[in-house]
Design a protein around this ligand. Structure first.
Ligand SMILES: Nc1ncnc2c1ncn2[C@@H]1O[C@H](COP(=O)(O)OP(=O)(O)OP(=O)(O)O)[C@@H](O)[C@H]1O
Ligand SMILES: [Mg+2]
Length: 103
């Protein structure tokens, strides 16, 4: 199951995403939360902490600046640009996925 949360500024996207992710993880589902926002603060709402959120955002900025290579596949994305949060949610702060596999 894939869930995308979109909407106007300040509508509650980040809060809704974090509650959904943690609720589904608590039910035993494997959850990967991807923060693609230009102002990425899902990590704070998810509970991974300010420092870890800033680390992931900084990593993404290095990618945007061309200082580091894009990940080659999904596992590498989650490994290099992700972190484990409370309730077992894996958070990734990413820009875009190039050449995604079907589905
Ligand atoms: N269901 C809700 N009821 C009341 N307040 C809420 C609710 N959901 C979010 N908020 C509050 O509204 C504000 C905006 O929420 P949030 O940051 O989740 O929105 P957003 O759509 O992600 O914003 P942005 O466009 O800036 O990324 C926050 O202060 C949040 O605590
Ligand atoms: Mg937001």
């Amino acid at each position: 199951m894939k869930i995308a949360v979109v909407g106007k500024g300040g509508a509650g996207k980040t809060t809704t995403s974090a509650v959904l992710a943690r609720s589904l993880a608590r039910q035993g589902r494997e959850v990967v939360a991807l923060d693609c926002d230009t102002n990425p603060n899902l990590g704070i709402s998810l509970g991974v902490g300010d420092l870890e959120t800033e680390r992931l955002v900084s990593l993404r900025e290095q990618l945007d600046d061309g200082d580091v290579e894009h990940a080659a596949d999904w596992d590498e994305i989650l490994d290099r640009f992700g972190t484990d949060g409370p309730d077992g949610v894996r958070l990734g702060v990413i820009t875009r996925i190039e050449n995604p596999d079907p589905g």
